[in-house]
Design a protein around this ligand. Structure first.
Ligand code: DGT
Length: 215
């Protein structure tokens, strides 16, 4: 057993990452939960960067991704409080899924893309961004759209199916096909199309793998 084990939960928008983190809150002596810093993204000195990014991604996409990289790096580099650090997403999904998608869809100019990429390369090589396991919550885009409609987060109500399909393809290319980008750690794939009750059963079954045999 490595003394400090970092697990990143990855998956498209509304794939159930929060439910997985909630399930593992019942092991507080073993697991430290690092939620995605969406609160910071919604209120940076009074500005809602997340809402701006959805309203006008060509204007605000790069600055949003820049702030997202900063806040994720902060989470990655915080010293471990427990043996397992369980993180919601990572610097990697920001770069390989979200930044890549903004650029592929011609919303992000080449210059913004290459500068963000330079930052990403520097951060991942010079900082302690260690990942030991990725848990991929694999979900059909149609299922995600239904969940997004039902949870009624104001920023997300404009999300079309195409956006979820594009992000889905990028998660698949990165974590399943492993073509353009390599995952930074082994990948455990969970079928996340199920109801919350069934997802909890899956988390129970897989908990030992996710916690490196500690529970
Ligand atoms: P969950 O628990 O699986 O339902 O997870 P969510 O949907 O609460 O969390 P997540 O990470 O999929 O995204 C929260 C919101 O932030 C969602 O509207 C997508 C957006 N978001 C997260 N990371 C990025 C990013 O790097 N770039 C962009 N453009 N948006 C992002």
């Amino acid at each position: 057993m490595k003394p400090n084990f970092t697990v990143c939960v990855e998956g498209n928008i509304a794939s159930g990452k929060t439910e997985l983190l909630d399930y593992f809150k019942k092991f507080p002596s073993i697991v430290e939960i690092c939620e995605e810093p969406t609160k910071q993204w919604r209120d940076i000195h009074g500005h809602n960067a997340l809402a701006k990014m959805y309203e006008d991604p060509s204007r605000w996409g790069a600055i949003f991704q820049s702030y997202s990289q900063l806040t994720m790096t902060d989470l990655h580099t915080r010293p471990h409080k427990c043996q397992v650090k369980l993180m919601e997403r990572s610097l990697y999904s920001g770069r390989y899924c979200f930044i890549e998608n903004l650029h592929n869809s011609k919303v992000m100019p080449d210059l913004d893309y290459v500068v963000l990429n330079e930052w990403f390369n520097w951060l991942t090589t010079s900082q302690n961004i260690k990942v030991d396991l990725i848990v991929y919550l694999r979900t059909k885009p149609e299922v995600l759209l239904e969940r997004i409609k039902n949870r009624l987060r104001p920023e997300e109500q404009c999300i079309p199916l195409k956006y979820l399909e594009d992000l889905h393809s990028l998660h698949e290319e990165w974590l399943i096909q492993k073509t353009k980008f390599q995952p930074p750690a082994p990948v455990l794939v969970l079928d996340a199309n199920n109801s919350i009750a069934d997802m909890y059963k899956i988390f129970e079954k897989e908990k030992s793998k996710i916690l490196c045999g500690l529970a």
